[in-house]
Design a binder for this molecule. Structure first.
Ligand SMILES: Cc1ncc(COP(=O)(O)O)c(C=O)c1O
Length: 381
């Protein structure tokens, strides 16, 4: 068996270049990552200061934080999750590794939408699992459907759901999610649901898979809604049948996330007013982009129901999204992500804008991009 090949995340390369340009004095607008520019809630930071001065900070799993997360499931989704089903991790990324390694054996086939978050495909490969990519386009709002999963022959062992999704922000309807659960039950397909963008919806409440399928595994994080990406804190909800498998892996491979972050994360749960202010800003940024992207000649976009992304079809301008985003960065100082990261087949004619930036910076990016895209359009004609 050879060591699996893992693709690079091209946006990381562009971001490194953007930071070099900034070090050389260029003014850069960072829209390449889904990274809130807002920082942790104020009260969470104050709690971290207090803990730094008073706590020895050894290995620690916060019982109050697990209880708070369990309460969150009850209050937000009406779902009972036991604290012992919740595992604290250094973000959604290791929670995802933990979920996959606990639930599947090497060689298992896992279905996922294409386009999708770059790490899904690569993490599956790294764990000797086989990604089964389902092409999803505008007709299915770039999301998996029950029909597409039902059509897979043979059935996969698992499926990854992401709603709201990265890179598109699209959200599965309640009916489609329930239909997916039915198909997966009938065909013995285990669901792993990435709910990292919950809380960031512009079309109303988003359903957790746990409302329909208590046997699913759920990955979540403080990196997005809570604006605490660098604190490296997230969680996995495992079904009772997998608790022992997860426990042994946590004890050997992961241990605990930073205790400082766990203390701060607990406080962050009660900073709703500040966090909802961020969501209002994202909504405003989204509306601004929807209004102004046509000025860039961009008309075909995925419906940005949630998260903080717009995935745009730029096929009329390029068939090399990486070179296109690199040129945009070099000429304007606006960093974006090439579609190639999310879709190795069709991604060369897409790009992703993250609007998790301040409205001022977004307006500045638009000011620079409008004339640049006009030139790109003329060159492509
Ligand atoms: C869909 C999705 N899942 C997981 C992650 C990883 O997040 P974390 O910072 O919690 O590891 C990201 C980060 O951008 C993401 O977009």
């Amino acid at each position: 068996m050879t060591v699996p090949r893992i693709d690079p995340f091209h946006a990381v390369g562009l971001s490194t270049l953007a930071h070099q340009m900034a070090a050389e004095g260029r003014d850069i607008v960072h829209m390449e990552f889904g990274q809130p520019s807002t920082g942790a809630p104020k009260a969470a930071i104050a709690e971290a200061h207090r803990i730094l001065d008073s706590d020895g900070m050894g290995y620690w799993e916060s019982t109050p934080l697990k209880a708070r997360i369990a309460r969150h499931y009850l209050e937000t989704y009406g779902t009972t999750v036991l604290p012992e089903q919740i595992w604290l991790t250094c973000g959604a990324s290791p929670a995802f590794v933990l979920a996959l390694n606990s639930a599947f054996t090497p060689g298992a086939r896992i279905a996922l939408a294409r386009p999708g978050y770059v790490a899904y495909r690569n993490t599956l490969r790294a764990l000797y699992l086989e990604p089964v990519e389902i092409p999803c386009g505008p007709a299915d709002r770039f999301q998996l459907s029950a029909a597409a999963i039902a059509a897979l022959d043979p059935p996969p062992d698992g499926v990854i759901l992401a709603s709201p999704a990265n890179p598109t922000g699209t959200i599965l309807s309640d009916a489609e999610m329930q239909a997916i659960v039915t198909v997966c039950r009938d065909r013995g397909i285990r669901i792993v649901s990435d709910e990292i963008y919950h809380g960031l919806s512009y079309i109303g409440p988003v359903r957790s898979i746990l409302q329909d399928e208590p046997e699913a595994l759920v990955v979540n994080s403080f990196s997005k809604y809570f604006s605490m990406a660098g604190w490296r804190l997230g969680w996995l909800v495992a079904p009772p049948s997998l608790i022992e498998a997860v426990r042994t892996r946590v004890g050997n491979m992961f241990l605990t996330p930073p205790s400082l972050s766990q203390h701060a994360g607990l406080v962050a749960f009660d900073c709703r007013e500040e966090l909802e202010g961020h969501v209002r800003m994202y909504r405003h940024n989204r509306d601004l982009l929807l209004e102004r992207l046509p000025e860039l000649g961009i008309e075909r976009i995925a419906p940005p129901d949630g998260a903080f992304y717009i995935y745009a079809d730029i096929g009329h301008l390029t068939n090399d999204s990486l070179a296109f985003c690199a040129r945009l960065l070099a000429d304007t100082g606006v960093a974006t992500a090439p579609g190639l990261d999310f879709d190795p087949v069709e991604g060369n004619r897409f790009m992703r804008f993250s609007f998790a930036v301040s409205t001022d910076r977004l307006e500045e990016a638009l000011r620079r991009m409008v004339p640049w895209f006009a030139r790109a359009g003329r060159m492509a004609d």
